[in-house]
Write a protein that binds this ligand. Sequence first.
Ligand code: G3H
Length: 488
Amino acid sequence: LNRQYLVKGKLLTGDEGSEVYSPVKIKENGHIKQVKLGEYPRLNAEKAAFCLKAALDAYKGGTGAWASMKVEERIRCWADFLDRVRDLREDFALLAMWEIAKPYSACLDEFDRTMRYIEDTMATLWELDRESGRIISIENFMAQIRRTPLGVVLCMGPFNYPLNETFAMLVPALIMGNSVIVKPPRYGALCLSLFMPAFAQCFPEGVINFINGEGEEVVGPIIKSGEISVLGFIGSTQVARLIINQHPHPNRLRTILGLEAKNPALVLKDADLEKAAGECARGALEFNGQRCTALKHIWVEEDIAEPFLELLCARVEEMKCGMPWEEDVVITPLPEKNKIEWLGELVEDALQKGARIINRDGGKSFAQLYYPTILYPVTRDMKLYHVEQFGPVIPVSSFKDISELKEYLFTSDYGQQASIFSSRAESAIPLIDILVHQVSRVNLNSQCRRGPDELPFTGRKDSAEGTLSVYDALRAFSIRSLVVANEN
Ligand code: G3H
C-alpha cells in the first residue's frame, strides 16, 4: 500500500510520501512507542492535473464509454467489485482500527454497512432507471425523460467513516455514469486505499481515480480548473467553504455536503430519566463523540436537572476508556493532531465562565485519550455553547421555559438533528412542531443518527447541502434531461 494511488486504471507509486502513525501508542521494553502504519503518497499539482485529465477523458462530455453504458452493465461492474472486496472485511477493520482508533467491532460494522449500501444502491437504481427513457405527454408536448450523469465528481469523505461515508458519495456518483476523483481523508487514507486494486480491476480506466496529498497541493489545482461538476464533501464547514470558493464559477458546481452539527437533546420533566441518560451518554460519546450526528448539547428541564445529571454521570462513568481492540470500549485515542489541546481550551473557557466539571475524571487526558467530560451549566457566553466540539465533551444547560430552547435553536449556525426525551405526546408535540423547522430530523426518545441508510440524510443552515441516502444520492449525482417534441 505504500504511497500507492490510482489514476487512469493503474496503481502507481508516488515519489514522495507522508508517514502515517497510529494514534494508538504501544509499550515496548518499558518505552512508549509510536506505530508506523505506512505512507500515503504526497502528490503534487502536476499529478493532480494528470488525474483530472484521466477523469475528463473517460467522461468525454458524457459520450465516454462509462457514461453511455447501459445501467445493467454498470451494475455488473459493481457486482464484480463486491465479489472481490468481501474478503477485505478483517483487513479493513484491523487497519482502520489502528489508523483512526475506532473500536474494532465498529470498523467491522462500517465495512458491513458499506457492502449493504452498495447492494441497496444496485437494487434502487433499477427503480430509478425505470423513469429514464419514459415518454410523457403534456398538452401538445411529448417529452422523453433521460436521467443523465453530471460530469466529473470530486469525492472527499471524513476520517471518522473513511470507507462508509466516502462510498455513500462515490457509489451513487459512479453508478450514475459520472467519472470520480476520490481525495481520501488524511486520517483513514490507508484503509480506504485497500479498495483501489479492486477498482482498478472492475471499472474502465479513468472513471475512478484516487489522489492523495495535502489539500492545497492536490484539491486546489483540481477545483481551480473549473472542470469539476460536483463536489461531494463530508467534513468541516470551513474546509468545504475554502474548497468551493476556489472554483472559478461556484454556481456551476453542484455541492452535496455533510457538514458540522450541534445536535441538541431536549430532556423534559416527564421523560423516562434512566432511558434518557443512557441514550444521551451513548449519543454524545460513541466513538469519542466524533460523529456529525453525535449529541453535542444536552438541555434538561430545570425541575429534573439534578436527578438527570446524577444518572448521566453514572452512565458516563461506567463507559470504558481504552484501546480500540478492547471489548465494549467507547473512548479511544483521538487521531486528530492538536485535538486534545483544542478540547482543553474549550473546557477551560467554560470553567472560567462559571461551568463545572461534574463527572469523575472529566477534563483529564492521557496520551491521545481525552476522558469524557460533562460541563454544567453551559451558558451563551461560552465557546462550547456555539462550536461543534467533535470530541468527548458534553455541555449541559437547564431550561425553565421553551423560549430558552428557541433562542438556542434559532441562533445556532447548525440545523442537522435533535432528540426529544418525553413520555407525553402533549409535551413533545409542540416541541416537534418547532424543531422540524430548525433541523432535518427529530428523534423521539433516542439519540441522533444517520441510518438506516434508506432515510434521507441532510440538514439546514451550515450543516448540509443536498441530501444523501440510497435513493436521494442517486438523484443528487444525476440530472433529468428532457427531449421535447411539440406536436403542433
Ligand atoms: O459523522 C457523521 C456520520 O454521518 C454519522 O453517522 O449516525 O451512522 O454514526 P452515524
